[in-house]
Ligand binder design. Structure first.
Ligand SMILES: [Zn+2]
Length: 255
C-alpha cells in the first residue's frame, strides 16, 4: 500500500507528465514523455543492444515498458488474437501485464509456464515448466510466446526445437531476445559463471550471450520460417522502440 505522501507525490508526477504524445494500452495513461528506466551497462551501449540499457521507455502510471507494449500492439492490435477464441496459447515466463490481458480473453487454452514460479502476483496459473522439456505433445499449440528467455539458456537451440515441436503446423511463435545492432555474430561463452563477468560481457548477471544479427539463422536452423517485422511507426503513441523488430516465427504447414 502506498502511504498518503506517496499517493500525493504520485498524483503530482502523473499530472506533470500528462500529455497527448503517448498512450499506454495497459493502463490508459496519456503522457507527454516516458519514464527513464534500465541501467547503463557499457557493453549494451557498445554493442548497441536493442531494448537494453538506460532509456526513456516506461509508463509513469503502470510502469509498463516499451517491449511489453510492443507485444500488446502485435498480439492484440495487429494479429487481433481476441477475435479467435478457439486458439491455444503457450506463454513462457509471461509478461504480467500482457498475460492478464490474454487471460481475460478466455481462449480455448492459455497455458503459462516458468522455471521460476515465485514472484508472480497471480501464481495460480503459472505452472512450473522447463522450456527445454515442455510437458505437452507435439503439434499442440497455435501460438507460443517466449520472450527474453533464450539469452539465459546455454543450449538455446534445444529450447527453440522444443518450442517448434509443441506448435501445430502453421503455428506461430514470438521469440524476442536482446540483440546487438552492430554485431553480426552472436557473442557467447557458457564457461563464465561469475556474475560480474557475465554482466560485463553480456549486460546482465544471468545472461550467457548477446545475440548478433545471426539470431535469425538459429531460428531457421530448427525449422522456423522467420518474418522480421517492425510496427513501431504504426503504433507510435504506444511509445515503442523504433529499432525493435519482432521475430515472428512460423512452423511451416508442410514439413
Ligand atoms: Zn501504463
Amino acid at each position: 500500500m502506498m502511504s498518503l505522501l506517496q499517493r500525493i507525490k504520485n498524483k503530482i508526477k502523473l499530472k506533470s507528465h500528462a500529455g497527448s504524445v503517448y498512450h499506454c494500452p495497459f493502463c490508459g495513461y496519456n503522457s507527454r514523455d516516458l519514464e527513464v528506466v534500465g541501467h547503463d551497462i557499457p557493453v549494451l551501449r557498445e554493442k548497441q543492444v536493442i531494448g537494453g540499457g538506460r532509456r526513456a521507455a516506461g509508463c509513469y502510471q503502470c510502469h509498463s515498458r516499451d517491449r511489453e507494449r510492443l507485444l500488446y500492439a502485435f498480439f492484440i492490435e495487429e494479429l487481433k488474437l481476441p477475435e479467435n477464441k478457439k486458439i491455444s496459447i503457450l506463454h513462457i515466463a509471461p509478461e504480467p501485464k500482457l498475460s492478464k490481458v490474454l487471460l481475460a480473453n478466455n481462449f480455448k487454452e492459455y497455458i503459462c509456464g516458468d522455471l521460476f514460479t515465485e514472484g508472480y502476483d497471480y501464481p495460480e496459473y503459472v505452472q512450473n515448466m522447463n522450456v527445454m522439456d515442455i510437458p505437452f505433445q507435439d503439434h499442440h499449440f497455435d501460438y507460443a510466446i517466449c520472450n527474453h528467455v533464450l539469452e539465459h539458456i546455454p543450449e538455446d537451440t534445444k529450447a527453440m526445437k522444443e518450442l517448434y515441436r509443441i506448435l501445430k503446423p502453421g503455428g506461430k511463435a514470438v521469440l524476442q531476445v536482446p540483440i546487438s545492432k552492430n554485431n553480426q555474430k552472436t557473442h557467447e561463452d557458457f564457461t563464465i559463471a561469475d556474475q560480474n563477468k557475465r554482466e560485463e560481457l553480456f549486460g546482465q548477471f544471468d545472461h550467457v550471450r548477446i545475440y548478433g544479427q545471426d539470431y535469425i539463422e538459429r531460428l531457421k536452423s530448427v525449422g522456423f520460417t522467420v518474418h522480421r517485422v517492425n510496427i513501431s511507426e504504426k503504433y507510435k503513441t504506444f511509445g515503442l522502440n523504433p529499432e525493435e523488430d519482432i521475430f515472428f516465427c512460423e512452423k511451416p504447414v508442410s514439413q
